[in-house]
Design a protein around this ligand. Structure first.
Ligand code: NAP
Ligand code: MG
Length: 405
């Protein structure tokens, strides 16, 4: 056995809940610790620990990512009324992901893990399409008003220094409703920078689309800011031999479907909400084959699985049944964080290890045709033999060991 890989700086490790917590420990024990002297700063985001610390542990873990730059997160329960009862919690703590995103001001990038025996629903797609969603403002922080009679309405903006601006809606000729939405230059700039940076990191073209021909103030400002920020990255784009393309949103959607993939698609908030689900479902059909990475304008990085805690499987597991939950997205959360750590700290071995682990996993599904139940259902040709989670991890380890020789 070769010597273990040494790390220099830690990765912020955020442990989680239920089945993903169980798989998290297996992945570390079998696929990481035998090869790496794993250096992590550990934060336990188990729902009971969040409850015990009044959710301070979540805030601290996000602050730690700001300090060390790289984090990896397990799936966590977002408590609702049922969970408060189940775990006897003090209250419905807010979603850890929302808390962490707010602190890091990040953009979320979601990409399918492409595997040759899982065919995308769109037959032209050959390379991943990564959807980057601007998770701030627009209708997600808007106001709405219903009215019952014909009338008019006005928007009045008042600055802190007393300046005023007004704009009128067209006349309403009957009952209806109106909506007010906003965004902030600073947030759009941060979003633009995160997407340009991600495109450079992954050597992929960047697409951005709005409806600026119709929304001549609002969407036009998004386009303008993206053009402005592109100037900061133009030279790096040229060096990486990648391009920035701006489209109208309807044109972009048609182009996405006709394309062979292989680009980052930056989306306004609502577009990102809709198209991330569209692309992921059309691409792989299971959240266990998706990566989810958060990148902040300052370059802070956090990777996680796109799915939840796989609650139903956990209850079976707790009854002593073997379950066939798919650990792929969790493993990729680790490989991406290790790769990022390796790149920042100049640890070539760590980068190579994370790439090898990904290859070992893909080989297990593609060549060995050893799969968990969710993949068996969507693979082509169909796969009859299904393994449980531990057997799947052991099969990956077998391939990894061969590659590490
Ligand atoms: P979920 O955990 O994503 O699971 C929903 C279903 O998707 C599962 O029952 C399973 O289907 C399938 N699935 C998801 N991940 C899988 C995997 N790795 N392998 C195989 N199948 C997988 O969503 P949920 O049940 O709605 O939510 C459970 C908890 O997760 C909730 O408390 C929620 O708050 C939390 N959550 C956390 C995050 C996060 O931390 N990022 C995200 C979403 C939800 P079958 O049962 O049909 O096999
Ligand atoms: Mg959605």
């Amino acid at each position: 056995m070769k010597e273990k890989i040494e790390m220099v700086k830690p990765i912020i490790e955020m442990d989680g809940d239920e089945m993903t917590r169980v798989m998290w420990a297996w992945v570390k024990e079998k696929l990481l610790m035998p090869y790496i002297n794993l250096k992590t700063e550990y934060y336990d985001l188990h729902v009971l620990n969040r409850d015990k610390t009044n959710d301070e542990v979540t805030v601290k873990s996000a602050e730690a990512v700001k300090k060390w730059g790289v984090g990896v997160k397990c799936a966590t329960i977002t408590p609702n009324a049922e969970r408060v009862k189940e775990y006897n919690l003090k209250k419905e703590w807010s979603s850890p992901n929302a808390t962490i995103r707010k602190i890091l001001d990040g953009t979320v990038f979601r990409a399918p893990i492409t595997i040759s025996n899982i065919q995308p629903a769109v037959r032209f797609w050959k390379k991943p399409i990564i959807v980057a969603r601007h998770a701030f403002g627009d209708i997600y922080d808007g106001v709405g008003l219903r009215f019952d009679e014909p009338g008019t309405a006005e928007v009045i903006y008042k600055s802190n220094t007393g300046k005023e601006k007004r704009i009128s809606y067209p006349k309403f000729n009957g009952p209806g409703m109106l909506q007010g939405i906003y965004n902030i230059d600073q947030s759009i700039k941060g979003f633009a920078r995160a997407t340009f940076r991600y495109a450079i990191m992954n050597k992929l073209d960047l697409w951005f689309a709005t409806k600026d021909t119709i929304s001549k103030v609002y969407d036009a400002r998004f386009k303008e800011i993206f053009n402005e920020i592109y100037e900061e990255f133009k030279e790096e784009f040229r060096k990486a031999n990648i391009n920035y393309y701006y489209y109208l949103i309807d044109d972009a959607v048609a182009r996405v479907v006709r394309s062979e993939g292989g680009f980052v698609w930056a989306c306004k908030n609502y577009d990102g909400d809709v198209f991330s689900d569209f692309v992921s479902t059309a691409y792989v059909g299971t959240l266990a084959l998706m990566t989810s990475e958060l990148l902040s304008p300052e370059g802070y990085y956090l990777s996680e699985a796109a799915h939840g805690t796989v609650q139903k499987h956990y209850y079976k597991y707790m009854k002593g049944e073997k379950v066939s939950s798919n650990p792929t997205a969790l493993i990729f959360a680790w490989t991406r964080a290790l790769k990022r750590r390796g790149e920042i700290d100049n640890l070539h071995e760590l980068v190579v290890f994370s790439e090898n682990l990904e290859k070992a996993l893909i080989k297990t599904i593609e060549n060995d045709r050893i799969v968990t139940q969710d993949v068996a259902k969507i693979a082509e040709p169909p796969i009859k033999s299904i393994v449980n989670t531990e057997e799947f991890i052991d099969a990956i380890k077998h391939n990894l060991d061969q590659m590490m020789q």
